[in-house]
Design a protein around this ligand. Structure first.
Ligand code: DGY
Length: 318
């Protein structure tokens, strides 16, 4: 049986499957392995089942044992892995697309609603038992009929668009390329992000994290939004320049922000915590049982295809 290092805890349903197919070193205690531990535990293994918290950068890839043929990442994003260095070493990297689309799109809508309807302040007030209903108490922004910009119109972005139509929103998007009419479903394409931001009363960030998308929302680009924009980020923390965002949230350019992801998470820029117009979640985009089982299943299938069937894995990304 081929040997696999599983870098974090999997759900029981996934453990059953991986133990049927492989000699798998499970991490039932869910320990966060250091780089040295990861390298030494992967000795004699054929593959690694990695997680968004498993940082496999250039140096780590270089130090991985020669026996490693595949890193199967349990996430749709794979910014935690240096895929170029992996290719140089002949290591295949895979991800888990499709299976988390709906769960993540749901969280994008939750972030937009939580931010625009002031859910954080609402919770604080309700807990304090000192609030008093009145006609202008904790007034938020309504999504109905507004312009929603979607930054990154891949599977998740399109699923957000579908949900936003239930709010009668007008959908605008930016992508590297314009989508076919069938995929666009009436959404309006903007070649430049400045044009997209001009047309975004609400913005949902759903593009991958990469060198190209790092700090796309910055001091300069924020100026393109209409005053009082509501922004939600369910993609990667690095896409937002936090200092610029905090400034814009303080001066009202940004009415409110919803975040599920952070630069250097689980850390958060402490200045955010002083702001009430912030709705926060701890990276819950894919956190439903069915989605997590399907992600594990998909990650195990990729290992199985390559190692047991000698086929190209369905979700190879490098
Ligand atoms: C992903 O798959 O990239 C998600 O962020 C993990 O929850």
């Amino acid at each position: 049986m081929k040997k696999i290092l599983v870098a974090r805890k999997l759900l029981d349903e996934n453990n059953k499957k991986i133990l049927n197919l492989f000699d798998a070193k499970l991490n039932k205690e869910d320990k966060l392995y250091s780089t040295d531990e990861l390298i030494s535990l992967s000795k004699e293994c054929d593959g690694i089942l990695s997680f968004p918290t498993t940082i496999i950068n250039t140096e780590t890839v270089k130090k991985l044992p020669k026996s490693i043929k595949i890193i199967s990442n349990y996430a749709v994003g794979f910014g935690n892995i240096d895929t170029i260095e992996a290719s140089k070493k002949g290591i295949i990297v895979t991800n888990t697309p499709e299976v988390l689309t709906d769960a993540t799109a749901d969280i994008s809508i939750l972030l937009l609603l939580g931010a625009s309807r002031r859910a954080y302040e609402g919770r604080l007030a309700a807990e304090s038992e000192s609030w008093n209903w009145s006609s202008d108490y904790l007034i938020g922004k309504q999504m109905t009929g507004k312009k929603l910009g979607i930054l990154g119109m891949g599977r998740i972005g399109r699923a957000v668009a579908k949900r936003a139509k239930g709010f009668n929103m007008e959908i605008h998007y930016h992508n590297r390329n314009k989508l076919s009419l069938e995929l666009e479903q009436g959404a309006i394409y903007h070649k430049n992000i400045s044009e997209l931001f001009n047309n975004s009363e609400f913005l949902s960030i759903n593009c991958p994290g990469s060198k190209e998308t790092e700090n796309l929302i910055n001091e300069k680009t924020i100026q393109n939004f209409p005053d009082g924009v509501v922004i939600a980020n369910a993609a990667r923390g690095e896409i937002i320049d936090d200092e610029a965002m905090i400034k814009a949230m303080k001066n009202g350019k940004v009415f409110a922000l919803g975040l599920d992801v952070y630069r250097g998470e689980p850390k958060i820029n402490q200045k955010y915590l002083k702001l009430k117009n912030l709705f926060l979640l701890p990276h819950l985009g894919s956190a439903t049982t069915i989605t997590r089982i399907n992600m594990g299943d998909r990650a195990i299938n990729n290992l199985n295809q390559l190692l047991n069937y000698k086929q190209k894995p369905a979700d190879q990304v490098n």
